[in-house]
Ligand binder design. Sequence first.
Ligand code: HEM
Length: 197
Amino acid sequence: MLTTPIHPLWLRLTHWLNAFAALIMMLSGWRIYDASPVFPQIVIPPSITLGGWLGGALQWHFAAMWLLFFNGITYLAFNLLSGRFRAKFFPLSPRAVIHDLFAALRGKLSHADLRQYNAVQKLAYLVVVIDLIVLVLSGLAIWKSVQFPVLRELMGGYDRARIVHFCAMAVMAAFVVVHVAMVALVPRSLLTMLRGR
Ligand code: HEM
């Protein structure tokens, strides 16, 4: 008998397309950053960047940007219109986050029901979704700073928009490291994100 999948097909597709686009954006972004570092003391080793040189990296960055953008809109639209967003991520309270965080650190957090995210997961996923929106908006402010003056000024000007973009990238990179480590600890969750059940 067919049961409702834990993760619907649209979610699995948008998740993996997002992971692919985010990876391309990050690796090519590092090469673009190296051409003119915002923080002179931070230089990304060229061997872990994508694009070969500034022009090549920009091509990758702009190509993956459209995938990230339209895929992100699709994820948000399906989530909000279906009511899944509210059901999956709320209610969420600081008390629940602290409780689940300590339970996780003591190895006492249950993963029996993969349909439900714990409070730490809910917070982490909400933070990364907001972070991706900030990444796109700050990227737009840098790319089209003349055409979107209000956005540019909201970021504190062109130079600050670059800092916002870099910091949002760092938050995403930190999320991915912890996220992949957590998935490795609970491999069943990877199967559900691949097969739905
Ligand atoms: C190879 C890298 C990745 C792997 C293996 C992976 C794996 C997973 C898995 C297994 C889940 C489901 C967790 C569960 O049911 O307990 C999940 C959910 C999620 N992942 Fe990833 N992920 C990866 C990359 C990313 C990236 C790059 C992002 C964003 C920048 C991301 C954002 C999310 C979000 C927001 C959710 C929750 C989706 C929702 O339920 O609406 N993931 N991931």
